[in-house]
Design a protein around this ligand. Sequence first.
Ligand code: UDP
Length: 333
Amino acid sequence: MKILVTGGLGFIGSHTCVSLLEENYEVVVVDKLSNSDISVIDKIKKITNKNLKFYQADVCNEEELDKIFSNEKIDAVIHFAAYKAVGESVEKPILYYENNLISTIKLCKIMKKHHCNKLVYSSSATVYGSPKELPIKEDFPLSTTNPYGTTKLMTERILKDICLADPTFSVIILRYFNPIGAHESALLGEDPNGIPNNLMPYIMKVAVKKLDSLNIFGNDYDTKDGTGVRDYIHVVDLANGHLKALDKVNNTEGINYYNLGTGKGYSVLEVVKAFEKVNNVIIPYTIVARRKGDIAACYADPTKAKKELNWEAVKTLEEMCKDSYNFVKNQNK
Ligand code: UDP
């Protein structure tokens, strides 16, 4: 089977390409390299000893997409390509709505033109807003607190309408919790430019002394130790969830939604302590004010994915911390 992976050189996309190649899928990547690097292709090849086909193109560009679908006989699409920085989305909402919505609309239009009707879409737990109950189930009410989250929720709605109008079109929506970790080879991982927004990339920069100290955003939440609680999931577990979703999307009709998380919540302090212990490093930190828009706690009920996709996360927080550190050390050699 030939799979088109949009945004295939990004953090989650690159790990998913590895999993796909390891399972002998043919992989075609389209990526505009706005937040990824061409060198990732060689790293994927090195890990898997297999080849992939690469197109540098913008998924918003209908003509380029059309050419790719004419050149390749694509059986299914995994759509990662999107802008994902929450803070930036607040500053630049037009950029986010334009990029994240138009790309999916053009993609679906061209898929339909070429009779490709299987799509796995990268959504996010952000679509649950501030959940009233935990753990979070797929049928919880949906709402968002920033333009990035709204692009995810709006895209989910667009895909639902496409499936309603065309019963041959089938979509799996994957709602990710907090992906961290890196490939165990230390070749692939997350290495944002500048000052990271997310917890693990920040800890990684502190660990290699690129940043002095972590700011912990609040220790007065109603959680086990007062710091925010999240469901951190190893990116390799997450990547494998996409392969299970592909199996499912090939055998179902309509639209289906799955949480991809571990079901366990860890606090910021627990993550810091686990990182220090497993890597034998010190992460200096300061408690500062809460970050605007943050919620106290968020973790998945992953039983639907286990039951219907036959998938569950297996890697521990310690493995996530170890692989993250090995990757960042390798990057800064
Ligand atoms: N966090 C923090 N310092 C940072 C970045 C994040 O204390 O520099 C906290 C944040 O308040 C939240 C948790 O770490 O409780 C996870 O934040 P992240 O941005 O990684 O994910 P999200 O908030 O999107 O779930």
